[in-house]
Structure formats: C-alpha cells, structure tokens
Design a protein around this ligand. Structure first.
Ligand SMILES: *[C@@H]1O[C@H](CO)[C@@H](O)[C@H](O)[C@H]1NC(C)=O
Length: 603
C-alpha cells in the first residue's frame, strides 16, 4: 500500500512539474513569437546585418560643414628659434632684428617628477648662446624683449633622445630576428563615416596606395575613450568581471594604471622600443579623473612635454596653436621622429599615438589636417618603415556630443569607429581574411588579438592559440560571421545588429516614464539632500523597438530591447536610454544612459 501511494505521489509531482515546464516554455515561446514575426522584407536575418550608410547621406549633409577655418598660427609670433642640423638650439638673428629692443631667449629643461604623472619640473632658465646642443628630451623656450622683459615668443621642443641602455641592444636583436613593428595612430571620436567624409585624401591614400583594409563592422564596447582603448590595449573589458576593480568603474580608471597589462609591455619584453604619445594633457586616456602612471608606461612618453606647454601663456587667436606651430604638429612630428630614428637604427618598435584636441568635440574641425595626415603617411611609406610594420589608423568610438548624434546615422556612427589595417608584405597571406572580416561584426577585443599576434609571433596561417585576451579573435584569420554583440563584449546599448521598428506614441510614452523614474531614483540616491532638481519630461524625441537577428535569437533567453530618447527639464539634456524586457519582467533600464548633447557650448 505504502509503495503504491509513493509511486502515485511521485507521478503526481512529475505531472505537475511537466505541466509547469510546458507552461514555462509556452510563456517563453509566446513572448518570442509576439516579437519575432517572420520578416516581411524578405531578409532572412540569420546574422548581424551591419548598417551601411553613405558618409554623405542626404539626411546628415547639413551637419557637414566645409570648408572649416584653416589653422592659422603664423600670426601669433615670429619663429625666433630653430634647431640647426647639429641639434643646436639657435636664435634666428634675422628674425630677431624685427624687434626694436634687444632680445633675450632662454631654454628650460622639462623633467617628470618621480611617481607623478600630473606635474612637471621646469628647470632654471639658461640663456641660449647657440653653442650647446640640445641635450634634454623636452624643453620650453621663451624670448623676452629688453629692457621691458615683455614675452614675445614661446615654444617647446620634443626630442627623441637615445634609446635607453637596457633596450638598446635587445631592440637591434629583435629587429634582426625579423620581428615586425606596430604603429598605431588613433584619432579621438573618429567614426568610419566621419573619417571618410572629413579626411577623404587620407582615406583614399590608406585604402588605395597602402592597400589598407577598413573594418566595416567594428563596434565600440564602452562609452568613452578609456572604455574602448583598455580592451584594445589589454584585452580586458573596462569595468567588467575580468577586470580588477583597481582599473576603475568602466568609464574611468580608479587610480594609477601601471598594472594594466597593455600590449606595450609584451612588446617591451620582446625587445621592442615602445612609445606612447597623446596631445590633450587634461583629458588623456589614463589621466582623465585618474592618476595615470607612476612610472612612464613606455620608453618614450610624451606627456611631460604637453603639461609643460600648457603652462606657457601662448597668446593666440587660434586655440589650435602653441605659439606659431599647430598643436597637432608637435604630436605628428614626435611620432615621425620616433619612427625615423628607430628605422634608421634598425630597432624593433611599438608606438601608440593618440590625437584628441581636433576631433573630441565636433565632427568638422578635424578636416583641416587631411593633407597633413596624408603627407605623414606618404613620408612613412617613403621612409620604408611600413615595409616591416603593422600600421593601424583608427578612432576609439564615434562622436558623442555633436548635433549629428541626434540623427539615425549619427547614432550608428557614434558606435562604429574607424579602423584601417595596413599590413607589411610579410603578412600578405592574411589579406583575404582581413577583407572577409571587414564585413563581419568586430570589436576592440579583436583589435587586441591582432596586435598580440604580432607581439607573440603568432603569424602562421593556423593560430597557435585561440586568444590571448578574453573575448576577441585575431583579424588575421577567418572570423565566424554568426557572432553576436554579446560574444565580443559589445553591450546591448551599443549593439548595431538590431532590427529597428519605430514605436507608437503611447508605447513610447510608457517607456519614457520608466526611464525618468530610473533617472530620478539615481539622482535621489546620489543626492539624498535633494540639491538637484528632479527631471521632468519635456518631450520624447525618439523611440524604437530593437530586435535581434533571428540567427542569434533564441526563445529560451529571448529579450526585446527598446531605445528611448527624451528631452528633460530643467537641464535641457537629451538622454538616450535602453530598456530590456523579457517574458517574465516589464521593461527595465539597462546599461549606460547617455547624454547626447553637450554640457556647454564650445564652438
Ligand atoms: C630666419 O628668419 C628669417 C626672417 O624671418 C627667415 O626668412 C629665415 O628662413 C629664418 N631662418 C631659419 C633657419 O629659420
């Protein structure tokens, strides 16, 4: 009797749980079917369908301003000093005669204090006699008119000094072994589309003359420069689980970044001479809201130069100048001198050059350097340094603040940075894969793997290793086309694979209300005393439903996303949020909510 009862009970439980399972699956399936109706437009949607827009599409043409005012530094001051062929700092006596009084020109060494990335030590003033060669790496120069001592001239020199002793022999050996160099030139906030429209000469030169392959599916993995360049440089995802908290909250590093396992370390360990240069000292990748590096991260590190230049007065109408020289020139020249020296001395090298101040705020100003950039690339090609170097010309993400950001194309390109891969003849066998991968969804994690292949001499047709980091695959070998945003670290907020449907006003209003609730809860939590005003909805400016491609969607873990953009009072901010809804829960805000208009007016 007992046995029968037990069996009956067991059967009952089984039936119940089977029923629960059936119901569970039914709920999931219903939710899935409700949103994923078969495509009406005949698109099979099996894979990520990459957005493909014309850089000069009619819908955004009004945002593109041409021509942009050329950089004019010549009117700032007469060029009074120069370095002669023996690297002696000389006052140009002919130019000096233009002054009524007598001139006194002085030079000051710039040094980096130990363990401090935010200050510089500026040495005592030495009067320039023209007799001594310029010894120090960085120096600043000033000329005053006598007897008034009125400052009439200010500039600086960034020299590429001799290779540090510990790397001098090794870098020659590494080159002799045939190790390839890596040259990275990055432009802040530069999308693929904006590079094509603002820098057409350079783009044309890269793709035609240098045979560079431009990645059409490259998507950002985080909001700002830091969140994208950390994965590119280290394979770690900023702010995610594999990253230790000491590297910050995702968008900014916490303190010092010395322990970041950046590829420059791998290259240095393999004997390469390394260089890292960024222009805009206030907002550099590892210093913005953080402390940078205790010790210089690379053998050549340009930051002290920019800090010192920022301390000079630099009277100029044009904020793009230091004295009579455009700021970008100091960066490009330093990079070129570094590469020239390494090439002439037969050394293996790695360099990461990042230009920020011309493209951080708006999409148009960068166009003024198109021919300079092309010229730089032409000279690099002519020098022969590209014959044994991998060259990456890239952005980090697209523009985040300019008014184009409020258009459909602007939103897409904010997520899709430029990346041109130029391979030397020794890597020609990777060209077919590179070209195929240009059409596939990729992220900075793939960029990291590609650079690591060079660092680790993993350059055969078959990879020695699946990956060096956490998520990516090298661009050198075929990448499966069925990868999803999630697979390669692209948060759903920045995913571009969605099929989008415009939402009816009532649905949009409900989602906007949820977004506001979320934001006000956040404001209240960070400001319990209530000093900040609660946000009020002014208008819903945009709302879409975002559906994954059928190839990567599955009913078991299916979720639908919504993107809503609202304008709020009293700040006038445009805020773009993403909400996620699955079979079990109502829409909830996920990931970053982005402010997509500027906090202040710049231009
Ligand atoms: C010195 O200044 C004169 C007059 O400004 C200029 O023509 C000349 O090119 C300068 N020389 C050098 C070496 O810079």
């Amino acid at each position: 009797m007992r046995k029968v009862k037990l069996v009956r009970a067991a059967a009952f439980v089984l039936v119940l749980s089977a029923a629960a399972l059936v119901r569970h699956n039914w709920v999931l399936q219903t939710f899935y079917n409700e949103h994923m109706r078969p495509d009406a437009d005949g698109d099979d949607g099996a894979q990520c369908k990459l957005p493909d827009y014309d850089p000069l599409d009619a819908s955004i043409r009004d945002y593109v301003v041409r021509p942009w005012p050329k950089i004019d530094c010549a009117s700032t001051q007469l060029p009074l000093t120069y370095l002669d062929e023996r690297k002696r700092l000389v006052v140009n006596r002919t130019a000096a005669q233009k002054y009524w009084g007598q001139l006194e020109c002085t030079v000051q060494d710039v040094r980096r204090p130990p363990g401090d990335d935010d200050h510089v030590i500026i040495g005592p003033k030495k009067v320039i006699t023209g007799e001594e060669g310029l010894q120090s790496e960085f120096c600043i120069v000033q000329c005053v008119e006598l007897p008034t001592r009125r400052v009439v001239y200010e500039t600086g020199y960034a020299q590429v000094v001799d290779v540090p002793a510990q790397q001098a022999k090794r870098s020659r050996e590494a080159a002799k072994e045939g190790r390839l160099n890596v040259i990275v030139l990055a432009l802040e906030s530069m999308s693929r589309l904006n590079f094509m429209r603002q820098l057409p000469l350079s783009h044309e030169y890269i793709t035609n003359e240098l045979q560079g392959v431009v990645m059409k599916g490259l998507t950002k993995v985080g909001d700002n420069t830091y969140a994208n360049m950390v994965p590119f440089l280290s394979g770690l995802a900023a702010g995610y689980a594999e990253m230790s908290p000491r590297f910050g909250d995702g968008n900014t590093p916490a303190g010092y970044s010395d322990e970041l396992p950046a590829t420059w370390r791998d290259f240095s360990a393999a004997g390469h001479v390394t260089m890292f240069a960024e222009d805009d000292a206030a907002i550099t990748i590892f210093n913005y809201m953080a402390k940078g590096f205790k010790e210089p991260p690379t053998h050549y590190y340009m930051r002290p130069f920019w800090l010192a230049m920022d301390q000079q007065a630099h009277w100029a109408w044009d904020s793009r100048c230091y004295g009579h020289i455009p700021k970008f020139r100091f960066l490009f020249d330093y990079m070129e001198r570094f590469l020239g020296k390494m090439h002439a001395e037969n050394r293996a090298h790695f360099s990461f050059t990042f230009l920020s101040h011309l493209s951080h705020e708006a999409i148009n100003p960068i166009q003024v350097i198109d021919s300079d950039l092309k010229g730089l690339l032409q000279r690099l090609k002519g020098s022969g340094v590209l014959d044994n170097s991998l060259l990456l010309v890239m952005g980090d993400h697209g523009n985040r603040f300019d008014s184009i950001r409020n258009t459909v194309i602007g939103r897409i390109e904010e997520r899709m940075p430029y990346l041109a891969v130029v391979v030397p003849p020794a890597l020609d066998h990777f060209r077919p894969s590179l070209k195929a991968n240009a059409e596939v969804l990729t992220s900075w994690h793939d960029g990291y793997e590609t650079v690591m292949d060079v660092a680790m001499l993993n350059l055969g047709p078959k990879s020695k290793k699946l990956r060096y980091g956490h998520k990516g695959l090298s661009l050198f070998r075929p990448i499966p086309a069925d990868r999803s945003c999630f697979d390669i670290g692209i948060p759903s907020v920045y995913c571009v694979c969605w099929k989008e449907q415009e939402l009816p006003t009532e649905v949009a209003a409900g989602l906007a209300a949820r977004l506001l609730e979320h934001l006000n809860a956040f404001i209240h939590a960070t400001d319990p005393e209530g000093r900040c005003a609660a946000l009020l909805l002014d208008a819903v400016t945009d709302a879409q439903k975002l559906l994954p491609a059928t190839g990567v969607a599955h009913y078991r873990d299916f979720a639908v996303h919504f993107r809503v953009t609202v304008r709020v009072r009293p700040s006038g901010a445009l805020l773009e949020g993403t909400l996620r809804q699955d079979a079990w829960s109502p829409p909830q805000v996920v990931g970053d909510v982005n402010r997509i208009n500027r906090y202040r007016t710049w231009w």
